[in-house]
Design a protein around this ligand. Structure first.
Ligand SMILES: Nc1ncnc2c1ncn2[C@@H]1O[C@H](COP(=O)(O)OP(=O)(O)OP(=O)(O)O)[C@@H](O)[C@H]1O
Ligand SMILES: [Mg+2]
Length: 340
């Protein structure tokens, strides 16, 4: 009988401390501890994030292993995020992961956070087939990525300014909804009319696969200033959220469909925190069905930051003996790798 491969995944790129255990490609635990300390500041405070990771790291490793019914000696390798992200946060998880692997005498595998977001589509079967176009929409990135095969990432389009998640968070802040804003706008939008206000859709002539979301944020600001200088009713708030969300989702869906058409790719996927958005999920599903495309969307809990996606990519790298040297460093602006 072949020996099981038990992978420990560690995610500490921003403000979620997360640890997962995967055995032979099957997820056994995925503990995510969100740091609520940042809420009062309206965004992530880097120094507080790294301090919280430091405090939570060992208890969450113990919890993830206990939940998976795995003892440390059974681990085959440790996969940890090495970038992109906040340097102080990355250093806590990466240095813990390398030391832990070294102490156990097992390999360490450094993982790119944005590549791992895409591999959240490879946690639960059925996995998507290649070639694949993935729209990754998160707090710091908006990317269209062509994957011709496993571990091959071609960036075909990205945002010129704000990421989609950043636009959700900034609009939520100006509407007084707090941080993180994406889920709050999503909830209000469910009660609102998406056609109530015609916010602009930015298609960027001459840059078919590029994105820009800073204009829509300004449009919402001006709309509020010009139409509701003295506050808004619940229904008006719901309508603004629904209309803003519809304008962002329209662009995301249309550009993804265009990319798949122009590249002749029949498989599309979603990844990143904004892919937890209910309208993006339903509109992308509708559009994919109409166009005869195969769409893969991860479960909502695998869209926002989590260690299951780190373990999923780490597991596949382990199968290829793609280990990292212990000298591997954290890189705050790490880019997608063209090939493994
Ligand atoms: N239901 C939702 N609708 C819209 N946006 C959402 C929803 N849920 C989460 N988000 C957004 O997703 C973002 C967080 O996603 P994620 O955790 O992937 O980002 P990040 O890790 O901070 O950034 P990056 O992955 O680019 O480094 C936030 O901007 C949040 O508002
Ligand atoms: Mg992320």
């Amino acid at each position: 009988m072949t020996k099981s491969i038990t992978m420990l995944g560690i995610e500490t790129s921003c403000d979620e401390t997360s640890v997962a255990v995967m055995r032979d490609g099957k997820l056994h635990s995925n503990i995510v501890s969100s740091q609520f300390v940042h809420g009062q500041y309206g965004g992530v405070v880097p120094e507080l994030a790294s301090r919280a990771h430091q405090k939570l790291m060992i208890p969450i490793v113990e919890e993830a292993c206990a939940k998976a019914n795995v003892v440390f000696a059974e681990l085959s390798a440790v996969a940890g995020v090495r970038g992109p992200g906040l340097m102080g946060s990355l250093l806590v998880g990466l240095n813990f992961g390398k030391s832990f692997a070294y102490g156990l005498g097992i390999p360490f595998i450094g993982v790119n956070h944005m590549e791992a977001h895409i591999y959240s589509n490879f946690i639960d079967e059925p996995y998507p087939a290649f070639p694949l176009v993935c729209l990754t929409v998160s707090g710091g990135h908006t990317q269209l990525v062509l994957m011709r095969k496993d571990f091959s990432f071609e960036l075909i389009g990205e945002t010129r300014d704000d990421a989609a998640g950043e636009a959700f968070d900034k609009v939520a802040k100006l509407l007084g909804l707090g941080y993180p804003g994406g889920p709050k706008i999503d909830a209000h939008a469910k009660q609102g009319n998406p056609a109530a206000i015609d916010f602009p859709r930015s298609y960027l002539e001459g840059d078919a696969f590029g994105f820009s979301f800073s204009g829509i944020k300004t449009s919402v600001l001006y709309y509020m200033r010009d139409n509701h200088p003295n506050g808004i009713s619940q229904q008006q708030l719901d309508d603004i959220c629904a209309s803003f969300q519809a304008s962002v989702v329209d662009v995301l869906v249309n550009k993804t469909l265009l990319a798949s058409k122009e590249l002749g790719v029949k498989n599309i996927a979603l990844a990143g925190g904004v892919s937890a958005n209910s309208r993006l999920r339903s509109e992308m599903s509708r559009a994919a069905l109409e166009a005869g495309l195969q769409l893969c969307i991860p479960k909502s809990e695998y869209c926002t930051d989590n260690a299951a996606m780190i373990a999923a990519l780490g597991y596949r790298k382990y199968l290829r003996n793609s280990y990292s040297p212990l000298s591997e460093t954290a890189v705050a602006s790490l880019e997608l790798a063209a090939h493994l």
